[in-house]
Design a protein around this ligand. Sequence first.
Ligand code: COI
Length: 358
Amino acid sequence: MWQAKPRLDATTLKFGAVYTDHMLQVSWKDGLGWTAPSIDPLGPISLHPCAQVLHYAVECFEGMKVYKGKDGQLRLFRPEMNMDRLARSAARLTLPKFDKVELLECIKELVRVERDWVPDAEGFSVYIRPTMIGTHPFLGVGPTREAMLYVILSPVGPYFPSGLKPIKLYVETENVRAFSGGVGNYKIGGNYAPTILPQLRGSHLGCSQVLFVMQDGKSKGGLVGESGSMNIFFLIRQEGESGELELVTPPLDGLILPGVTRDTVLKLARGFGDMKVSERPLHFDEVERASESGRLLEVFGTGTACMIQPVVGLVMKDSEITVPFDGDAAKHWLAKAPGTAALPNSSSDEPLSLCGRL
Ligand code: COI
């Protein structure tokens, strides 16, 4: 008989290891459309061994979070952006269209059912994982005829076992994460599995993640991309008399995942008004030169799972760049932030709250 799981002490939570009691699910068939969504006890799903997802990685997903505020209210962080991105990823894989407003309402209902699971410790939340898979049992490579959309919830703490403490990244130049004309800008499972082996190489050198740097034939170091689980930012003091501060992240040129946290940091940093904020190609040589002359001030990753993750080392096979960051990046940025309500929504210039209150 089904029984609710016992609650755990929030502060001991590891990322992605505990799930709440229920899941949302809804199925789709070509010609018939979507079934009615249901919220059921979390449990295994049954798939035909020939389901497209198992052979051709017909799968896309989202990462969202719900936080409990100091006022006890639950808030989703910029959830419309996740619905938009899921729709784009699904379209790229020929997975079916869905009503973004309705899906968000269903997710809110699931969160309401599981509201007791949302931790109130700082830095803790419930991670929401909407997932869409091609379930059609067919070994030919062709458009999806049957699909399933499900949403599971996982109470989480920081993504990396070190917490929000700074990590090192392994500079990966042999394997690429994305390429021009590819699918690097979609949130699909197929973009993540190939990052695990390079990550393992880096872990032998004390690194928690990889930073993909793509050889482009134009520079010795190559072009900075993103990390296996996060977008990447560099705070650099420019050369010359002005010594201007510049916050740089690679542009959304088709190779980079359009991260919700990335977008948030860009909007907040532009609002600070005390630094130049650039989305531009960044060659690794520039990072090395900045480090050599003491102008590389800060490096951090951004992502829903990892939030804002300080980076203190960029490790190569035979050398290492040390980043002179001395503190807790998340707190440092939060202290400067004017509050999320002051941020513009992605699709409008009107100031409005980023947080969907439940
Ligand atoms: C997220 O940040 O939500 C992601 O999907 C990254 C994943 C590696 C956990």
